[in-house]
Write a protein that binds this ligand. Structure first.
Ligand SMILES: [Zn+2]
Length: 228
């Protein structure tokens, strides 16, 4: 009985979300205070290769709670909030003109757990919002894992780089036009860096990386002068 009651409660939460995904406040899925907090994106930074990295928010507080809600708790009703934040970050990275969004592929285990590819779905929603704003935007799901990679959670920056080196490849011809790599969270930049490398190796024109949240340490590194 317990399990059916639990799933009923989960279904009710989807239909009538009980709490704000950012702060836990009752009676709304996303409150005004959290919306205001998410409307102040951090200064952009850059990957080690110089590719601009635009995060919608630092991986802390409200934004971190939002990420965990869509990524771990399966709260699909707040995916539009995440997509709107991504669209704003994309607008800062690329104010006008055509863009090809290239989502970082999820590991097969994550796709099975969530029932779909979260980042690809966020890319589709983000592209739709940008098109509504008049900018030609399409999604190209061309990145694929070349081999199995370990779960990154317990790996440090060097471990992540080694884990991912050469792990991604581009399926088919590279997308034409300015490409923006899209991911949900950037921690050490190992994944984003590998995505950019694979796309450039295939001949794509990568102009930026956009993510929902980015580790504060990584955002801080980018504000230092090169070599510092
Ligand atoms: Zn809130």
């Amino acid at each position: 009985m317990l399990s059916s009651r639990t799933s009923l409660a989960a279904a009710a939460d989807l239909l009538w979300p009980a709490t704000c995904a950012g702060c836990g406040r009752a009676a709304t899925s996303w409150c005004r205070a959290c919306a205001a907090a998410l409307a102040r994106p951090p200064a952009p930074t850059a990957l080690a290769d110089g590719t601009p990295l635009h995060a919608a928010a630092a991986h802390a507080g409200t934004a971190r709670s939002l990420l965990l809600a869509v990524k771990e708790a399966g709260r699909a009703e707040v995916r539009p909030v995440a997509a709107a934040a991504l669209a704003a970050a994309l607008g800062a990275a690329r104010p006008g003109g055509p863009v090809v969004l290239v989502p970082v592929p999820s590991r097969a285990a994550s796709r099975r757990r969530r029932g779909d590819d979260l980042v690809a779905d966020l890319a589709a929603r983000t592209a739709q919002l940008r098109r509504r704003g008049g900018a030609p935007t399409r999604v190209a799901r061309v990145l694929a894992l070349r081999r199995r990679v370990a779960d990154q959670t317990d790996l440090d920056a060097d471990g992540r780089r080694r884990n991912l080196a050469g792990a991604l490849r581009v399926l088919g011809p590279p997308p034409r036009g300015p490409c923006v790599v899209l991911d949900d969270v950037v921690t050490t930049t190992a994944t984003a860096g590998e995505a950019v490398r694979a796309l450039r190796h295939a001949g794509a024109d990568v102009v930026a990386v956009v993510c929902l949240t980015c580790a504060e340490a990584t955002l801080g590194e980018g504000s230092q002068p090169p070599g510092g």
